[in-house]
Design a binder for this molecule. Structure first.
Ligand SMILES: Cc1cc2nc3c(=O)[nH]c(=O)nc-3n(C[C@H](O)[C@H](O)[C@H](O)COP(=O)(O)O)c2cc1C
Length: 268
């Protein structure tokens, strides 16, 4: 090997060259990863939206496996509600509304006073979407987005109520990180079925519904407001009680539900 060839191989293997190749490779890889993330973002968002729509359809008992979710969901009316007044508003579109970001926003969010914060949420958006199912022009179901802390995680889901604004039609979570086999039993069809037909309100504006510890005494007058606890997951169950009570209570959708209950009473 000539002196010139040896020199050229040495300079290719130099520390500077190795670092340069490593840096170039990292740059190319990060550009690839970043552009893939950017390209996939809208697809990911669409899948998340579709999944939420599927859960809304499911909690309303309208989900048909294999059917086109967007077509089914188009039959559900979406409205934005100003929580403090319970009135519909078109100040913000429900499409793409991000309740988590809105809660953090100085103008779109508000602090929850400690005495009202039964679910320890601290802050929430001023507005929220609600989903209405109508049958022959009459209100048939009201579906409310609800969330709050469980034992390990924020549990996010939808609560469906009948047109009286009190009878539960369904409760279903689409996001949480409770323990598999314990807290995650909130997703089990048997437990979800227990909610159907229960009453949120006894009298007045304070929700009375709760997940009890152990089993509901079916002979008790309270049974209509109670759901069986999940064995070994009392804390997750307590979180569910707290969040359902907060969102149906006076600082949550209470004013909206009061309006719905008054309309239902008028129509009777
Ligand atoms: C690893 C581990 C995971 C747990 N996960 C949950 C859970 O997801 N939800 C819950 O309520 N309790 C969970 N627990 C149990 C709680 O610490 C607590 O004991 C339980 O909620 C009490 O419910 P019980 O009175 O029905 O036994 C977990 C405990 C351990 C050790």
């Amino acid at each position: 090997m000539s002196d010139a060839t040896v020199k050229s191989v040495r300079s290719r293997d130099s520390v500077a060259n190795t670092l340069l190749v490593a840096a170039a490779l990292s740059l190319v890889c990060s550009i690839l990863v970043a552009s893939t993330a950017i390209i996939l973002k809208p697809m990911q968002q669409r899948n998340e939206d579709l999944y939420r729509q599927q859960i809304i359809l499911d909690v309303a008992g309208l989900y048909e496996p294999g059917a086109n979710i967007e077509n089914l969901f188009a039959g559900i009316e979406t409205q934005m509600v100003e929580l403090a007044t319970g009135h519909y508003t078109d100040a913000i579109s429900a499409e793409g509304f991000d309740a988590i970001a809105a809660a953090k926003d100085a103008e779109l969010g508000i602090n929850i006073p400690a005495e009202d914060d039964t679910a320890s949420i601290r802050r929430r958006a001023r507005l929220s979407p609600v989903y209405l199912v109508r049958r022959e022009n009459a209100l048939n179901q009201i579906i409310l987005p609800v969330y709050g802390p469980g034992l390990w995680s924020t549990m996010r889901g939808f609560l469906s109520l009948g047109p009286d604004g009190s009878t539960v039609r369904g409760l279903r979570f689409y996001e949480h990180a409770e323990t598999p086999g314990l807290g995650d039993q909130i997703d089990k069809a048997e437990w979800r079925a227990e909610w159907v037909g229960k009453q949120v309100f006894e009298s007045g504006d304070q929700p009375h519904i709760e997940v009890v510890r152990g089993s509901v005494d079916e002979n008790s007058n309270e049974a209509i407001y109670q759901v069986d606890g999940i064995s070994g997951a009392t804390l997750t169950g307590r979180g569910v009680t707290n969040l359902v009570r907060y969102w149906t209570g006076p600082h949550g959708f209470g004013p909206f539900l009061k309006r719905i209950r008054a309309e239902a009473a008028e129509n009777d």
